[in-house]
Write a protein that binds this ligand. Sequence first.
Ligand SMILES: Cc1cc2nc3c(=O)[nH]c(=O)nc-3n(C[C@H](O)[C@H](O)[C@H](O)COP(=O)(O)OP(=O)(O)OC[C@H]3O[C@@H](n4cnc5c(N)ncnc54)[C@H](O)[C@@H]3O)c2cc1C
Length: 246
Amino acid sequence: MHSFNDIADSTSLVSLSDMPGAIEIDGCAGTVRVPAQLPFASFVEQIDARGWALGNMGSLPHLSVGGATATATHGSGLRNRNLSASVVGIDLVAADGGLLRLNRADPRFPAAGVHLGMLGIVTHVTLAIQPRYHVRQDVYLNVPWTELLADPHGVLDSGYSVSVFAHWGSKTARVWRKHRLLAEQEGDTNGTWCGGSRAVEQSRSSGRTSATSPSSANPAHGMRDCRTSGSIGSPLQRARRSRRST
Ligand SMILES: Cc1cc2nc3c(=O)[nH]c(=O)nc-3n(C[C@H](O)[C@H](O)[C@H](O)COP(=O)(O)OP(=O)(O)OC[C@H]3O[C@@H](n4cnc5c(N)ncnc54)[C@H](O)[C@@H]3O)c2cc1C
């Protein structure tokens, strides 16, 4: 569990870990039906292999589909909606033991979108999917806060997904910018942005993998960059990126 508050605390917890884990892709409807207990990282490669992708994911790959959509978990990006916004159907076992299947045509569905675990045991979540796309990621080091705060909205809206990682007491931050690509391409090769230096450029100029290398730019200390988001400055498939995160 990953909740910062006590919403997930209980005297009795129900584990769905022994439930079947098969997903069902409906290409005509543009949906995937996912067992609620599955972490995102465990099934996105399957939909990638079939040419599909999710529109957005959370920052953490091991969140369960049931938990993340129950709590309106979000990723980064000003124009990306939270993960519950992708839900088009919910199957749940209600308090009377009956199976309830809700979809967007059901007038009760809007009340179930962010249910916080209060409606019953969700067995499956059906998510909207879209054609597979590529994502380019660049990490910028030593970006001055004076630059970031001069136009915070512009900074956060400068990509499909933009994350700013603060270091307490520091006058600079690390910024992870992702752009969706139309096809496999390198995109821009600027070595600097907003006063900061691209991690891969600094790594090359120093000729060694030091504190400025892409891997050590990872805010999750001790984790290789492929653990969270793959290589820097090169295109990657969003779904494939997730698998590397496991
Ligand atoms: C280090 C860290 C970083 C985080 N980063 C982010 C972030 O970037 N963005 C963000 O939005 N959040 C973030 N979170 C919060 C996290 O995304 C949410 O707490 C999320 O709900 C956790 O998912 P989970 O699978 O662990 O769910 P759980 O904690 O297991 O459950 C969450 C809630 O959903 C209910 N639930 C879960 N499964 C079911 C089911 N099958 N049926 C019915 N109810 C169910 C539970 O009862 C509970 O109320 C972060 C948390 C941590 C610790």
